[in-house]
Design a binder for this molecule. Structure first.
Ligand code: GAL
Length: 449
C-alpha cells in the first residue's frame, strides 16, 4: 500500500477531483453537451463508467421495428453498431418483423402490448399513431426528462416535437424525417424521350401519355402490400386539395363526400391507368426496381426508396435516378417520422434510455439517415454526410409547408387508416368513385373526432 506516501496535497487534490467529477456529471445531465457539442452524453454512463470508458451496465435491449431487407435494414444495423460500440456489455436483440410500412409488425406489436410483453423499444410514427394509440392507452412512459437532460428541446423542429407530445409530455424520439410525396424517375428514359420531370397533374398526364405511346410503362406501382396504394392516394389528395384542404380532412372541416375530394379521387383513378399490369404481385422495392432497371419511368414513393436506390442498388441521385415532389405538391412536405419511445413496464428502462440517447444524438442520426434515405430529425446534423438527394431534401424541409402522412399513420387514428386502406384497395380493382367516397366518409365519421 502506498497510502503512507500520500501527502496532504495529494489527498486534497483527490477530494477536489471527485468533487469536480460529481459536478461535471450533474452539469452534463442538465446541459447534455459533450465535448463535440453533440448533446448526446450519457450522465448515467459517466457516473457508472470508468474514466469515461464504456459503461459497466449489463443487460439486454430488444429493438422492435419493420426494418428488414433491402432499403430498410442498413440504417438500423449501423445504429445498432454505434450503440454496441458505446455499450459493449448490453446485448441488442433486433426483433424486426418484415413487411413494408409495418404491414405485419404493427399486428405483432399490438398483440405483444395487449399481452403485457412490450419490446424494450419499438418503431412508431409520430402523430396520431403514437398519440391516439399507445399514449392514449396509457402504455408509454413520458420521456420529457430525457429532452431536458440531453438539451434536446431546441435540437428538433418544434413541429416534430409537437407531433410526439400529449398533455405537455413528450413520448418519443424521432430518428428521422422521411418525405412521402416524392416522384422518382429514371433519368435515362426521360432524356431518351426528351421529357422533363412533371410537377403538375397536367404535366404528369402529358409525360405519361408520351411514355405510354412510346411503349414505356409510365408509373411503377407495387401494391401487393395494400399500403402503397393508400400512399399514392395521399400524395394525390395533397396535390389536389392543397395543404389546407388536406389538413381539413383530419379535423373534419372538409368532408370526404365534398366535390374537392371527388375530384382528387378522379385524379387517382386516372393515375391508375398508367401503372404496370402486374402491380398486385409486387412490393414497394420491386416497383422501385422497375424504375432502377428502366422497366418503368416513374415511381411515387416515400424516400426510403432513395435509400434503396443509393444504399442497396448503388445508384447516384440526379445521375441514375431523378426526383421531384409529386404532382402539384412543390413546396409541400408530407412528413413521415419514425420514432422510438419507452413503453411502460419494460425490464430495463435505463438501457432503453441509453438507446434513445444514441438515437437522438447527432452521431446516431448521421449514421442512420444517409443509409435510410431520410433526413435527420435534428436541426444540427452534419449536412455533408448526405448525398445530393438528402441535401436537397434537408433544404426543402426548411422551406416547405408540412403535412402529416395518412398512409404512415400520422394524420388520422389507426381505425381510419385501416378502413381507408381497405377502401382504396377495393377502388384500385373496381374504380367505383361513389363507393370510395362513401367508405371514406363513413370511416371519418366513425374514427375522427
Ligand atoms: C414507413 C416507415 C419507413 C419505411 C417505410 C417502408 O412507414 O416510416 O421508415 O420503413 O415504411 O417500410
Amino acid at each position: 500500500m502506498k497510502i503512507k506516501k500520500f501527502t496532504l496535497l495529494t489527498i486534497l487534490s483527490i477530494i477536489l477531483a471527485l468533487f469536480m467529477v460529481a459536478c461535471g456529471s450533474d452539469e452534463e445531465e442538465t446541459t447534455g453537451d459533450d465535448q463535440n457539442g453533440n448533446g448526446d452524453s450519457n450522465g448515467q454512463e459517466e457516473a457508472a463508467g470508468d474514466n469515461g470508458e464504456a459503461t459497466a451496465e449489463e443487460g439486454s435491449l430488444e429493438i422492435f421495428s419493420w426494418w428488414t431487407g433491402a432499403g430498410e435494414e442498413a440504417g438500423l444495423l449501423a445504429l445498432i453498431d454505434l450503440f454496441e460500440e458505446k455499450h459493449p456489455n448490453i446485448e441488442v436483440v433486433n426483433a424486426a418483423v418484415a413487411g413494408g410500412a409495418g404491414t405485419n409488425a404493427q399486428a405483432v406489436l399490438a398483440s405483444r402490448m395487449q399481452g403485457n410483453d412490450p419490446p424494450g423499444t419499438f418503431q412508431i410514427h409520430g402523430g396520431a399513431a403514437l398519440n391516439t394509440g399507445w399514449v392514449a392507452a396509457g402504455r408509454m412512459e413520458p420521456i420529457t426528462d430525457l429532452y431536458d437532460s440531453e438539451g434536446w428541446h431546441d435540437k428538433f423542429p418544434q413541429d416534430l416535437i409537437d407531433m410526439v407530445t400529449s398533455d405537455e409530455e413528450i413520448y418519443s424520439v424521432p430518428v428521422n424525417i422521411h418525405r412521402s410525396n416524392v416522384l422518382f424517375y429514371n433519368v435515362e428514359i426521360f432524356e431518351e424521350h426528351g421529357l422533363e420531370a412533371p410537377t403538375t397533374f397536367d404535366e404528369f398526364y402529358e409525360v405519361a401519355d408520351a411514355l405510354q405511346a412510346a411503349g414505356v410503362t409510365p408509373l411503377a406501382l407495387g401494391d401487393r402490400e395494400s399500403w402503397t396504394a393508400l400512399h399514392l392516394f395521399e400524395t394525390i389528395l395533397l396535390g389536389s386539395l392543397g395543404a389546407d384542404g388536406y389538413n381539413a380532412l383530419w379535423t373534419r372541416d372538409l368532408d370526404f363526400d365534398s366535390p374537392e375530394v371527388v375530384e382528387a379521387i378522379e385524379h387517382f383513378h386516372k393515375f391508375l391507368t398508367y401503372v404496370n399490369d402486374d402491380h398486385a404481385a409486387r412490393n414497394w422495392q420491386d416497383a422501385a426496381q422497375m424504375v432502377a432497371q428502366g422497366n418503368a419511368a416513374m415511381n411515387i414513393m416515400g424516400d426510403w426508396a432513395a435509400g434503396y436506390f443509393a444504399t442497396d442498388l448503388e445508384l447516384e441521385p440526379n445521375v441514375d435516378f431523378g426526383f421531384v415532389p409529386t404532382p402539384n405538391t412543390t413546396g409541400k412536405f408530407m412528413v413521415v417520422t419514425d420514432n422510438f419511445g419507452l413503453p411502460k413496464d419494460v425490464e430495463n428502462p435505463e438501457i432503453v434510455k441509453d438507446f434513445l440517447r444514441v438515437l437522438g444524438s447527432v452521431e446516431g442520426q448521421d449514421v442512420f439517415n444517409p443509409l435510410k434515405g431520410s433526413i435527420p430529425a435534428r436541426v444540427d446534423a452534419d449536412v455533408s454526410k448526405y448525398n445530393a438527394y438528402g441535401q436537397q431534401t434537408i433544404e426543402d424541409f426548411r422551406e416547405a409547408v408540412l403535412t402529416p402522412s395518412l398512409a404512415h399513420n400520422s394524420a388520422a387514428p389507426a381505425g381510419f387508416v385501416s378502413q381507408a386502406d381497405q377502401a382504396v384497395n377495393i377502388f384500385v380493382a373496381s374504380g367505383n368513385v361513389d363507393q370510395l367516397v362513401q367508405a371514406l366518409q363513413t370511416a371519418a365519421e366513425q374514427n375522427i373526432q
